[in-house]
Design a protein around this ligand. Structure first.
Ligand code: FDA
Length: 502
């Protein structure tokens, strides 16, 4: 599967006879590179040695996708699907194996959002960004409705929903997959399946277990949530010299226990802890809560910005203190800071003050990265671990994301070493058995699939699978065994099929 040039030629011939020729480009096409890079967010995976797809298909309807899968199956060419292209390891458009022949199905043209404000639901195509979704929901409901998903407006709905999807509304409303009520999937047989047709286990699996293991999700129906016309966004930066270590130590127990309509995350960079957040109400109502529950932060009126919910997303994401025009949420090409490596942890016991003081010395080393701490508790923690594949629920205080950025031409070695060394240093202070990680913050250092007999090994996959999914890993593998037992849809961290012996 996937390595003979004969199969490539036959695959391309099959595509030519099944879908319009303007819907796919091969490596020799003049527009191949521009389409390939169009949504690459991590240029680490756009180098001369990166293993690239044989061709990129840009379908405009479901039947283009079905035909592509059927051609792929028939001629032994695997498919990787890309929605927003934000995968931290680039798995939606590159392979780690030099010998792998694969095609990319890029869903950028399938991005409509249809809002039903009377029913507070929407259908959103996978190729839409969350910014496009947020904009359509706010517009379609006169600012009364919102959707609880990620903060970065350019992330693609397809990958983001497939892996969980959390953001500023998570304490009030949980995460994206908690609100998915239907979906349309093309499976490895080229069939178009809705929730009922794909069955309970597969519908459960695609809501957080990584859609790419089960097929290509074309669209999602979601429940929308109410928000007030004005919310309060805030940013309170505190330096180490002004007590950041003590305030952070306290934040760990306060933030997960605040009322569910208050969200306070922390961005740690250099010697500064920046407390950033959202309150679903006015500044006047927020301040007494913060003064009684978290007086150490010293929050006052000057820290507040009363804005629409869409503006609050941009305000906190950009973090400059400036208000960004609402329409900018539609910009699909907000630049990132360059090349990066990231990973994640979950914290279930507060970390001591002394350890926080030491963590700040890591942030002051040469070539340091940053850390983002997102508080859980309230409604994200109230959902049972097995309700969706995303298992990081009751008892989690917060998620840590570690990131390190560098520029073109810089040596990546010290940056990647910083993250790996800090991750090792953090071992005693974070969740254990398994050490949990967030699937959407993909990290191949956590492990990769081992293929045995042309199928990814269930046993070998436990190394990374139980970190992302805990006890849900086995149920995911059984769902994969039902819908794709031959493991057609696979990548370095796709769920392996588990087929019970009869
Ligand atoms: P991409 O297209 O690269 O896909 C990611 C994975 O999903 C790939 O394996 C791909 O094959 C698969 N996939 C994509 N579309 C699919 C489909 N239609 N059907 C089946 N499989 C599909 N997360 C978060 O929870 N909250 C946040 O606030 C942020 N913020 C954030 C900021 C920035 C700058 C980045 C780079 C990332 C985040 N993330 C995040 C992480 C983000 O949720 C994660 O990278 C998502 O997988 C991105 O989805 P895309 O569709 O953009 O990626």
């Amino acid at each position: 599967f996937g390595s003979s040039s004969a199969s490539s030629t036959d695959f391309l011939r099959c595509l030519s006879s099944s879908i319009p020729s303007n819907l796919f480009v091969t490596q020799s096409s003049p527009s191949f590179t521009s389409i390939l890079v169009s949504s690459i967010k991590n240029p680490r995976f756009f180098t001369p040695s990166t293993v690239r797809p044989l061709c990129i298909v840009t379908p405009t309807n479901a039947s283009d996708v079905q035909s592509t899968v059927l051609c792929g199956r028939r001629h032994g060419v695997r498919i990787r699907v890309r929605s927003g292209g934000h995968d931290y390891e680039g798995l939606s458009y590159r392979s780690v194996s030099p010998g792998e022949v694969f095609a990319v199905v890029d869903l950028a043209n399938l991005r409509s959002v249809r809002v039903n404000s009377a029913q507070a639901t929407a259908w959103v195509d996978s190729g839409a960004t969350v910014g496009e979704l947020y904009h359509a929901v706010a517009k379609g409901s006169n600012g009364r409705l919102a959707f609880p998903a990620g903060l970065c407006p350019t992330i693609g709905v397809g990958g983001h929903f497939s892996g969980g999807g959390f953001g500023l509304l998570q304490r009030k409303y949980g995460i994206a997959v908690d609100h998915v009520i239907n979906a349309v999937l093309v499976d490895a047989g080229g069939r178009l399946l809705d929730k009922n047709a794909m069955g309970r286990d597969v519908f459960w699996a695609i809501r957080g277990g990584g859609g790419e293991s089960f097929g290509i999700v074309l669209s999602w129906q979601v429940k929308l949530v109410p928000v007030p016309p004005k919310v309060t966004a805030f940013i309170v930066p505190v330096t180490v010299d002004h007590g950041a270590v003590d305030i952070l130590t306290k934040w760990q127990v306060v933030a997960p226990a605040l009322p569910d309509d208050v969200f306070v995350r922390v961005l740690l960079m250099g010697r500064t802890a920046s407390f950033q957040g959202l309150y679903l109400g006015t500044c006047e109502a927020l301040l007494p809560v913060m003064r009684s529950r978290f007086p150490e932060l010293g929050m006052n009126r000057t820290h507040c910005r009363e804005v629409s919910w869409v503006e609050s997303v941009l305000y906190v994401y950009v973090g400059s203190g400036d208000l960004i025009p609402e329409g900018d949420i539609l910009n699909r090409t907000i630049p990132l800071d360059g090349f990066y490596k990231a990973t994640s942890d979950y914290v279930r016991q507060p970390i001591s003050r002394d350890v926080w003081a030491e963590i700040f010395t890591w942030l002051a080393k040469p070539d340091p990265g940053l850390m983002i701490l997102d508080p859980y508790g309230a409604n994200i923690g109230g959902v049972p671990e097995s309700a969706t594949p995303f298992p990081h629920r009751a008892g989690v205080l917060y998620n840590i994301q570690y990131m390190n950025f560098w520029g073109a031409g810089d040596d990546e070695g010290p940056h990647i070493r910083w993250i790996r060394d800090l991750y090792a240093f953090m071992t005693p202070y974070v969740s254990k058995n398994p050490r949990e990680a967030y699937f959407n913050y993909r990290d191949l250092d956590l492990g990769r699939n081992v293929v045995v007999g042309n199928v990814s090994s269930y046993e070998a996959g436990k190394v990374w699978g139980e970190k992302y999914f805990k006890g849900n890993y086995k149920r995911l593998a059984l769902a994969k065994g039902k819908i794709d037992p031959e493991d057609y849809f696979r990548n370095e961290q796709s769920v392996p099929p588990l087929v019970p012996r009869r």
